[in-house]
Design a protein. Structure first.
Length: 356
């Protein structure tokens, strides 16, 4: 009768160092515990990028998600991103994650939306940033255009989105009958106080320019100004509403000047670029979209010029740049992290005339 061998010999043991290392690493997740949060700008077109990022992050906690789990996350995140993008430019989806208690090797997460209104956003600027918020000097393009229309007393002007008043105050100081519209109470207060200190006659209307509830004199103005305003817009419908309201307020043959980011060098922006640029105060529009919105409300394009080039050529060296961020912003590098000379969008001045 043969007895069974009870003692193992060398060949019975796993001695390969790499195999043993991997075996130990498979035990590590049971001893890893962690929690944290990620704040994602509400850009729906970045959904794939965000899901990939979160998948890698969760795997680093030793909790790699299955394909089905990632697909479930994708559905929840897509809904939140769409809600945030519609709600406000600065909205973020906050992902809070936490490993579940032992002996579980899973991870739980929640998605919440945080958003602040445009008014709250600018109020934060006023409280956290030193003035001037948009520069001290008026836009050279605005002042040149106003002077080209005749004697100041005969050229009533409306400054839309006047901010702290660098254009409106300069126009009023130069003798142009000037009205201003500002939606942010914090900025409107600064403008009102500045006009009072300078003893300038300037009417200030607080509210959303495109709202019919904001009562402005119809067919009254010879010049409308929308400087650094269109870059705040989310989409083409907002642009269309701007031209619709402008047409109602301008006198016949009146002029409307605005600046906007448009592609240069043949660039065709995709959905990611268009949504992400909105989050970064640099919304990209196509020239055809500007012309279509203008044409639908009786405007014809007169001129188009580079904001950077126009202002730099006319401002004194001591006043250039108007702000620390002006050069990079107007040249498109707030959206694209590339050399300033290589960015495929830039801010340009567009001057339109009302035809009737």
């Amino acid at each position: 009768m043969t007895s069974k061998r009870t003692e193992r010999v060398a060949g019975d043991y796993e001695l390969d160092g790499e195999v043993l290392r991997q075996g130990m690493l498979r035990r590590v997740p049971k001893r890893i515990f962690g929690a944290g949060q990620l704040r994602l700008p509400s850009v729906p077109a970045l959904l794939d990028h965000y899901v990939e990022t979160l998948g890698k992050l969760f795997a680093l906690q030793g909790r790699a998600f299955t394909a089905a789990e990632l697909e479930h996350l994708r559905g929840l995140l897509a809904e939140k991103l769409e809600q945030g993008f519609s709600a406000a430019r600065n909205s973020v989806v906050v992902v809070h994650y936490e490993t579940d208690p032992a002996p579980k090797q899973t991870l739980s997460y929640t998605l919440t939306l945080e958003a602040a209104s445009l008014e709250a956003e600018y109020a934060d600027w006023v409280h956290t940033r030193p003035p001037p918020y948009f520069g001290n000097d008026p836009d050279c393009k605005v002042m040149d255009l106003a002077r080209s229309l005749g004697a100041p007393a005969d050229v009533p002007v409306l400054d839309i989105g006047a901010g702290a008043g660098r254009n409106a105050l300069a126009l009023a100081r130069a003798g142009f009958p000037t009205d201003a519209v500002e939606q942010s109470p914090a900025l409107a207060t600064i403008l009102r106080e500045a006009a009072a200190r300078a003893r300038l006659t300037l009417r200030l209307f607080e509210g959303d320019f495109t709202s019919s509830s904001l009562e402005l004199p119809p067919s009254h103005y010879r010049l409308l100004v929308a400087s650094e305003l269109v870059s705040d817009f989310r989409d083409v419908p907002a642009l269309t509403r701007l031209f619709e309201r402008a047409a109602a307020l301008l006198a016949s043959k009146g002029v409307f000047v605005l600046n906007a980011f448009v592609p240069v060098g043949g660039y065709q922006p995709d959905l990611v670029a268009r949504q992400f640029s909105y989050v970064l105060w640099s919304t990209i529009f196509l020239r055809d979209e500007l012309k279509s919105a203008a044409g639908a409300h009786g405007f014809a394009l007169l001129t188009e010029e580079s904001v950077f080039d126009y202002e730099k050529a006319r401002l004194p060296p001591s006043a250039w740049p108007p702000t620390s961020w002006f050069e990079q912003w107007t040249r498109g590098v707030d959206t694209f992290d590339v050399p300033m000379s290589r960015a495929p969008v830039e801010m340009r001045w567009f001057t339109f005339r009302k035809l009737a």
